[in-house]
Design a protein around this ligand. Structure first.
Ligand SMILES: [Fe+2]
Ligand SMILES: [Fe+2]
Length: 180
């Protein structure tokens, strides 16, 4: 049994964020499946991988809470929102989710700073940096899509973009690639 080295307030904030990362994964899973059914195979692969990455974030929170002698609470994950009406809305929502998530991470870092909990402050920095990358990735996706969809009546650009995204790097594997 480890000595508890985080306050109840920090423990709660970390648990809430752990569940939020799981929710993010559900959102990306639902968008990935929607994209797959709408013939965007490349974007679907990208989003499936991203769902997996969000679950890796969730694991980081579990590990940290437990390492600091806290108690991880696995709770119900709320359902993702309704399917987007088109790809533009899908990608705009991806960016919005990432920006909202950055705000939630910032709140944890703020709390850690207030409490002079430097271990949590340091832990949070990894996520601050990660969110810069994630927002940038979501912005790039949206930009690429805007460019690719500019020519009315010509879907060749969109097709190329979709192909391109199936191999875009992001450091996570999709469940089909896992070796259990
Ligand atoms: Fe995340
Ligand atoms: Fe994310």
């Amino acid at each position: 049994m480890k000595t508890k080295r985080i306050s109840d307030k920090v423990e709660k904030a970390l648990n809430d964020q752990m569940t939020r990362e799981a929710y993010q994964a559900q959102v990306y899973l639902s968008y990935a499946s929607w994209a797959e059914c709408n013939s965007y195979a490349g974007i679907a692969t990208f989003l499936y991988k991203h769902a997996h990455e969000e679950r890796e974030h969730m694991f980081k929170f579990i590990k940290y809470i437990n390492d600091r002698g806290g108690k991880t609470k696995i709770e119900a994950i709320k359902a993702p929102p309704a399917d987007p009406k088109d790809m533009e809305e899908c990608l705009k929502n991806v960016l919005k989710h990432e920006i909202d998530n950055s705000a939630a991470i910032d709140a944890i870092v703020n709390l850690a700073h207030e409490e002079k909990d430097w271990a949590t402050f340091n832990f949070g920095q990894w996520f601050v940096k990660e969110q810069i990358e994630e927002e940038s990735l979501a912005n790039d996706l949206l930009d690429k899509f805007s460019l690719a969809s500019k020519v009315v009546g010509n879907n060749a650009n969109l097709y190329e973009m979709d192909k391109d995204l199936s191999s875009a790097p992001q450091g996570a594997t999709i469940p089909q690639e896992e070796k259990f």
